[in-house]
Design a protein around this ligand. Structure first.
Ligand code: B12
Length: 253
């Protein structure tokens, strides 16, 4: 299990103050990075939280020039958005701030996507269709899941947000995926759209031989099982684990 980079803004500030010789060596050992790199990670995270999209490109270039694994940048995005969510929930920032943070993430994702895709493992990649269910416009989580699944060697067709059941069915018929991944963020879309989507896709499972995995903060493992999903992932790494274990017949709820 990958350790979250930092879990709250407070941790982040503490870490900044903690950067004396002793802790640098600890952090350096832990992450296998140089101090300069850790500073750039922090800077990227801080910049996302502040929504300073005009600064993103420069910081990202520094990190990529240092040849860091682009998948690690996804950890920073996840952490920054979790902190953004906590600040929003605590009413310390407004929805407009969340939008600005999301905008920064979009810029980063566009920049690192080609780097992750260019790793190409084999030509005949299996396909995974991914989408956020109808009525829900959250896209950052599935984008990260997409990048992880691509990193694991799948071709991912991301249908984006607010995806109707008809659109999922069309994509299944067209792309013949081995997995369909569904996301939901809101309690309403998890309880209604996600359930309805699984019900609508289920009759096609036998004919098209795909399995359904689900995720998103409003979805629990128990709920996923109850509504008829084949697998669940609490985060992008678990999404990869779920598809791997399902393929090997080793998935355990
Ligand atoms: C960013 C954000 C937005 C942005 C979305 C921008 C975008 N392009 O995505 C905007 C501003 C548009 C937005 C709008 C709204 N939002 Co909003 N939003 C968030 C926020 C702050 C962060 C979500 C996020 O990106 N997290 C970071 C990613 C990396 O994590 P993640 O999403 O959990 O994804 C991981 C896992 O869930 C998993 N996963 C995700 N998908 C999948 C799929 C599969 C198959 C698998 C296996 C795993 C998996 O892996 C991902 C990567 O590790 C959350 C708060 C939070 N803490 O979650 C609220 C939150 C989700 N939003 C909320 C609300 C209420 C809304 C609005 C209704 C607000 C409003 N009043 O208008 C609207 C809804 C619009 C709609 N119809 O969908 C609530 C939902 C409450 C609820 N439980 O119902 C939350 C929890 C905030 C809160 N505390 O109130 N939001």
């Amino acid at each position: 299990m990958r350790r979250p980079f930092l879990s709250t803004l407070e941790d982040y500030e503490n870490l900044k103050h903690k950067h004396d010789e002793k802790t640098i060596s600890y952090e350096t050992k832990f992450y296998g990075d140089t101090f300069e790199l850790i500073k750039s990670y922090e800077q990227l995270r801080d910049t996302i939280i502040k929504g300073e999209s005009h600064l993103i490109q420069d910081i990202l270039s520094q990190l990529l020039e240092a040849d860091i694994d682009p998948l690690r940048i996804l950890d920073i995005i996840t952490d920054a958005m979790n902190t953004t969510g906590q600040l929003f929930s605590a009413r310390e920032i407004f929805i407009a701030d969340v939008w600005m943070a999301a905008r920064c993430v979009e810029i980063i994702k566009s920049a690192i996507e080609p780097l992750i895709n260019s790793r190409g493992i084999d030509k005949d990649k299996e396909i995974i269709v991914l989408g956020t269910v109808a009525g829900d416009v959250h896209s950052i989580g599935p984008k990260i899941v997409e990048l992880f699944l691509e990193g694991a060697g799948y071709e991912v067709i991301n249908l984006g947000v607010d995806t109707s059941t008809e659109r999922f069915i069309e994509a299944i018929k067209q792309h013949k995926p081995v997995f369909v991944g569904l996301s939901a963020w809101l309690d309403t879309t998890a309880n209604i759209s996600l359930k309805q989507t699984i019900q609508a896709l289920s009759p096609l499972r036998e004919q098209y031989q795909f399995r359904i995995i689900v995720g998103g903060p409003s979805v629990t493992r128990k709920f996923a099982k109850k509504i008829g999903a084949d697998g669940y992932g609490n985060n992008a790494e678990e999404a990869v684990q779920a598809v791997t274990q399902l393929k090997e017949g080793k998935y355990n709820w």
